[in-house]
Every structure is written in structure tokens, then in C-alpha cells.
Design a protein around this ligand. Sequence first.
Ligand SMILES: *[C@@H]1O[C@H](CO)[C@@H](O)[C@H](O)[C@H]1NC(C)=O
Ligand SMILES: *[C@@H]1O[C@H](CO)[C@@H](O)[C@H](O)[C@H]1NC(C)=O
Ligand SMILES: *[C@@H]1O[C@H](CO)[C@@H](O)[C@H](O)[C@H]1NC(C)=O
Length: 516
Amino acid sequence: MNYQMFLAVVALLCLQVVRHVVHADPLAVRMVDDLVTFKQGFFDDDDNDPFFSLVAAPEEEHWFQQRIDHLGFYRKTFRQLYYVNDTYYRPGGPVYLYCPGESANKISTVKSGFLLNLAEATNGLVVSLEHRYYGRSNPVPDLSPRNMRYLSVAQALADMAHFIETAELPQIEKNRADVRWIVVGGSYAANLAVWMRLKYPDLVYAAYSSSGPVRAKYDFYEYDLMVGRRLPCADAVAEAVRQIDEVLYSGDESAIRDLKTAFGLEALERPADFAGALVDQMTSLVQYYAPPVANKTDAVADYCAAFNLNDNMGAGSIGLVESFAALTKRYLAEKKVKVLETYDTYRNANNYTLDQSGRAWFYQTCTEFAYWQTAPPTSAMRSLRSRLVDIDYNEAPCRAYFGAQVSLPVDVSRINRQYHGDQIEVTRVYYVNGEFDPWRYLSVSAPTAPPRAPTTPDVHVRVIPGGSHCYDLRRPTDTDWDELKEIRADIIRTFREWLSQKNTALPEQDDWESTF
Ligand SMILES: *[C@@H]1O[C@H](CO)[C@@H](O)[C@H](O)[C@H]1NC(C)=O
Ligand SMILES: *[C@@H]1O[C@H](CO)[C@@H](O)[C@H](O)[C@H]1NC(C)=O
Ligand SMILES: *[C@@H]1O[C@H](CO)[C@@H](O)[C@H](O)[C@H]1NC(C)=O
């Protein structure tokens, strides 16, 4: 393991999304954009990061002829992009089928990240298969409403199954029938990983499921409960938001205009778009929290420090809104956020250009998952976001973007029935969640989920203390802490164990431990 190279190269397997800001911007869309853009406090200077500038050579890109429709009689095909890394593969080893989920695929998914460590320790072949409708894997010529009809979880799972059955991989041609396939993913793709075990147990030997929100929820107000638990300044934020809402609900046009201007968001016409814009910094901070690298400040502490300026809590609460405004302005400037492009919810409704991860993911939320992130349902609950950020703010754009192709309100009971939500019981799955990941509320480690032993011979359900979304999949680094290292070591131990049940061709258990 070339550790020096790893120090130079920052990999976020889980966070492989488009780097540019996607133009299409309901809240669900921005969450996908955040997957990539959030690196503060962890990455020194991501623009100069060699990892992200990796461009695949033409010979590194592979194309699989995939069926457009697995569920009907239509037999046409489209090209689905995949990357392969066979550096660690030895005959007898497994194939790790990584799914980048709601993001365009990148060659970096097979270059670096914890999955490569796992592959090294188990002689694995790493294959990263782009999800249909993302990046360059498109079964349709554009993303107009009617063309979205082949985008569903069932089709995506069938894509992987068909790939497992028929993809031409020279490395495994000789012993194809004996090869064990392990599906790996983070976030939405973590759902797919475990659902592959559920629906295709004969094809998929095991799954590694990182931070999967396996239970779809319509009104996902619990997201902020975790954000509040993580932020020491949550009370101050909530008080600022309460005061902001007083203005937004007052109907006083000039006061509302002044408020928007104070935040640098005067370009936004709809009050709800303004309200929605105040959430992003805080949520991505928590969802993608990473301990600071040497000589950098802690991102959470930094955020909260803004609310302590001028002794806000004591010196009269008007200062809180001002502090929040200054913080937001700084954020918009530092991130070079284009306000209208990012927060005007309806701006891109009729932009059908391919390769818009945000738009494709938004369709998936409008049809199967919802996951609408809202203010809490009762005013008795502390709210970190304006009450204008409600179901309507989240869901109404579904109609504007996809017309009659979507049926509202989203019926999440369908997907929960099909894939068993957080009640799911399948064997040979390694689940990982982060203690402070807001998505944990919908995972197998949620308070609503049946209690599970953290470790049985067949299923591991682990929560990384202090961890955030998909943290385990990141490249091991200097800032990794003991509990994280222990869980990663256990992942390796567990897959070696599961693989050894039929296989003897694994390397000695020697140097892999030293790479952590
Ligand atoms: C449509 O979206 C694409 C991809 O984000 C973007 O490059 C393009 O500028 C957009 N078109 C318009 C007219 O806004
Ligand atoms: C495979 O992964 C290893 C370890 O991250 C990396 O050093 C190597 O360059 C990768 N090989 C290819 C062909 O991508
Ligand atoms: C951190 O700061 C100290 C003192 O300012 C300096 O000696 C050290 O080299 C810095 N470390 C890094 C990694 O920049």
C-alpha cells in the first residue's frame, strides 16, 4: 500500500458526485450537489487535489450493453459505463461491485478509498458500475418527464443483476461460476447493496452497506433532530430562525426584503427559497463532518463560534440574526455560490440536459423515496429551519419538473413494502452507520428499527462513534480515530471470514493491518 500516495490523494468513494454545481435546485437536488462540494475542514485545497483531477484514459472506460427495460418486453439496450481495478485480484478472490448511486461515475472510485484496502486484503477485483440515468449511462436521449420512466430502484437492481450474469470480465472468465460477488455502496447505493442480497441472493454473495437510509419516509423532519444534537449552538440557531420566521410570516414586504439583503440572498423572490437557502451550510456541515486536519479549525466549532460573537445570548437577541446573516454571506462568498442558480427552486424545471445528477435523484425522490427534509411538525419542537421549509416546498417542484410522470403525494409505503424498510433481514451483510449522520434515523440502526446485535456470524450492524455519512468508505488517513479503525479492521476480518467459507486462496493475515 503506497501510503505516501494516499496522503497526497484524497478519496471519498461515497462522495463521488459532479464537482460543478448542478443547475436544478429543489432541496433534494442540492443535497446531491452537496455530496461533492462539501469538503471543508478535511481537504486542504480540493481544487488542487490530484484525486479529483483524475481523468480516465479511453482504455480505462468500459461499456456494458444494458437492457433499457427489464420489466417489459422492450429489448433495446443502452451503454452503461464501468471502471475496473484488478491490481489486487487473484483467482479465487471476489468481485466487489461498487455502485456510485446518485452520482456520475468517476475513475477515482476504483483508484482509492477504503474499498481498495478491502480488495487488497481479500484479493478482490473492484468494478464500479454507473447507475442508469447518471453521468453518461443514459437509456434515453434527454431527461424530459416522459423519458424518466425507466428510472426506478427495480430497474437499477436488475441492471446490476444482468451485469453480474453477463458482463465480460477477462479476469474471471475462467472461473466465472465460482466467483463471489459482493455489492458495495454508500447512502442510496447502500440501500441497493443490501436490496441486491434480498432480491438476487443467488447472484450476490454478500453486501457492504454504508449509511443506507433503507426506510423511505415522507416527512423526514427527524433529519434536523440529529443536526441539532450535533451542533452545540443549536439553540442559538433555532432562536435566530424563530426571529427570521416572524419577519417572513409578517407580510411586511420591506422588512422581508431587508432580511434577504442582510443574508446576501436578495436575488431570491420566493420567501421559501430564501428560507431554504439558510439550511444548506448547517446540514452539510453535520452530514459530512470530518475531523480537522493539522492546523485547520474544526468546522462545527467554526460555525458555532459565529453565534457567540458579541455575546449574542446575553446582549439581546437581535444579534443572532445578524450573526447568522454574516455567516451565510461568508459561506456564499467562500463557496462562490451562484444564488439564483442554486436556490431558485423552479429555475431549471424544464432543463432536460443529460448528466444532471440532481435532476435524476430528484425524480427518484418524487417517485419512490420522498425523504422530504422539513421543519418539525409542531411548533413545540425546536426548529433549525424556517417553517416555510415544509412538505410543499419540497414536493411541489416534482410537478413542475416531471408533470404527469409523477403521482403525488409520493407513496413511500410501496418501496418500504417491496424492500422491507428497516425491518429487512438478510444474511451476509455488513451495515455501517455514523453516530451523527442525520440519515441514520432511516437506517437499520434507527430508533424505529428492530434491535439487532452488532455482530452475529451473518450480519454486522455497526455505528461509528463520532462518525458522519459514509465515513468508513473514505480513504484511511491521519485523522482517523480508534473506533473507526476498529470497525474497518472488523469489516476486513468479516469479509475474509465470509469468503474463507469456501475459499482458501486468501493472502496471509499480515501486512494489511499495518495500513490503518
Ligand atoms: C441545463 O443544465 C445544464 C447542466 O447542468 C447546464 O449546463 C445548462 O446551462 C442548463 N441550460 C440552461 C438553459 O439553463
Ligand atoms: C488500483 O488501486 C490501487 C490502490 O488504490 C492504485 O494504486 C492503482 O493505481 C489502481 N489501479 C488502476 C488500474 O486503477
Ligand atoms: C502547524 O503549525 C505549526 C506551528 O505553526 C507548524 O510548525 C507545523 O509545521 C504546521 N503543520 C502543518 C502540517 O502545516
